[in-house]
Design a protein around this ligand. Structure first.
Ligand SMILES: *Cc1c(COP(=O)(O)O)cnc(C)c1O
Length: 388
């Protein structure tokens, strides 16, 4: 190995894998999404901001056009309050036994999918002497977490009564689209129509929620008829466009230093199960990243990484803590930084590539990148909108 390679690799002083989070990319994506949304923009920062850090993504989004935050559980919402965030926060996935009193005390809006949730929330509001801000949650075609059409009228009537007694204020009405990633799918029209029916029944029940919301990232980018007063976007903030229509910027870059390099003869089996055997003499570089860090084992046999500006194949099965790259013909020494995943601007594999290689979505790749990785955050430059 020549000296110039060693000295190029060493000054980085990176002794293990580093996951870099680029908040400037989050800022840019948020501004684009806020411009597309006909109403307000909610930054969905569930699952630790899609693996990018909930607080950092929330602060960046709020400084660049988002006006509220969305998460699943009360625990996630409370963590944002603990971090000092004072923007409106909506939590939409809780059991009826959840600590609604804690949520109400901390000004966390709550989605209500069933009469049981409503009763629990109204009770918690009565105990705390406060009014709970609620968003009635309708199932617009997923058989998942909103109220079914058959239960909707009763839920609206009960919510109206609870509002009358002063325990809750119905501030929102929400649905969710099953198939917005394919704008041509007829399920989108059906979902919008279902939402309109739910809205009419709510209105007929005497409810006037100021904020109706249906669109997530894909519908925000492709279907203004679904926007209403608010779009809830998560994936788009971190550079994922499920509709494939819009250039958003990935915000993660994962690099790792080569642990060792070895030359092997033709016919050398590599890794568990000997699923790969070198067909000629080869140079193999070992990377200290594996499926425990979130690089899917299912991508074995297809994955590539960027070594000195060139795509090189991962060979053999990805193990828990390590993977082997065939770097034959590339001059590489131990310590050389390899890019495993990034926005793709320098030819490196993207989260979409890793998703394709492992038969999943980019969402699963970014939320799976392990807590064991060292994180490094690049701050976003201040933007005009964030100045007082
Ligand atoms: C995750 C989620 C969103 C955000 O969806 P993206 O496609 O990531 O923008 C919006 N609404 C609900 C109910 C969700 O669960």
């Amino acid at each position: 190995m020549s000296a110039d390679i060693a000295t190029q690799a060493l000054p980085r002083q990176q002794s293990g894998p580093v996951l870099e989070i680029d908040l400037e990319a989050v800022a840019t994506n948020t501004r684009l999404l806020a411009d597309r949304a006909t109403g307000e923009l909610m930054a969905v920062v569930k699952a630790d901001g899609f693996g990018h850090g909930a607080e950092a993504v929330a602060r960046t989004a709020l400084a660049n056009g988002a006006t509220s935050l969305g998460v699943t559980s009360i625990q996630e919402a409370t963590a944002l309050r603990d971090a000092g965030l004072v923007a409106p926060v909506l939590s939409w996935l809780n059991t009826p036994e959840a600590d609604f009193a804690a949520a109400i005390r901390r000004d966390i809006d709550l989605a209500v999918p069933t009469a049981d949730h409503l009763a629990a929330i109204a009770g918690a509001a009565a105990r705390t002497g406060r009014v709970a801000a609620i968003h009635l949650h309708a199932d617009t075609g997923m058989a998942r977490d909103g109220a079914a059409p058959a239960d909707w009228l009763r839920l609206c009537v009960l919510a109206r009564e609870a509002q009358h007694r002063g325990h809750v204020r119905v501030v929102g009405l929400m649905g969710h689209l099953s198939s917005a990633d394919d704008p041509a799918d007829p399920a989108n029209v059906a979902g919008r129509r279902a939402f309109a029916r739910f809205s009419r029944i709510a209105r007929a029940s005497g409810l006037r929620p100021a904020t109706r919301h249906l669109a997530a990232t894909a519908a925000t980018l492709t279907d203004p008829r679904s926007h209403h007063q608010l779009c809830r976007v998560g994936a788009g903030l971190v550079g994922i466009d499920p509709s494939g229509t819009t250039a958003l910027r990935g915000a993660m870059t994962l690099t790792a230093p080569v642990v060792n390099v070895r030359r092997v003869p033709a016919g050398t089996p590599v890794g568990y199960g000997h699923t790969y055997v070198t067909d000629g003499a080869a140079t193999l570089a070992l990377l200290p990243v594996g499926y425990a860090d979130g690089m899917p084992r299912a991508a074995s046999g297809q994955a590539e990484v960027l070594v000195r500006g060139r795509r090189r194949p991962v060979v053999g099965l990805i193990s828990m803590d390590q993977m082997v790259v065939d770097v034959t013909g590339v001059r590489v020494g131990a310590g050389e930084l390899v890019t495993i995943l990034g926005p793709g601007e320098r030819g490196e594999p993207t989260m979409a590539d890793w998703a394709t290689w492992s038969g999943t979505l980019p969402h699963e790749i970014v939320t799976g990148l392990g807590s064991r990785l060292t994180r490094s955050v690049i701050p976003a430059a201040p933007h005009l909108r964030s100045l007082p």
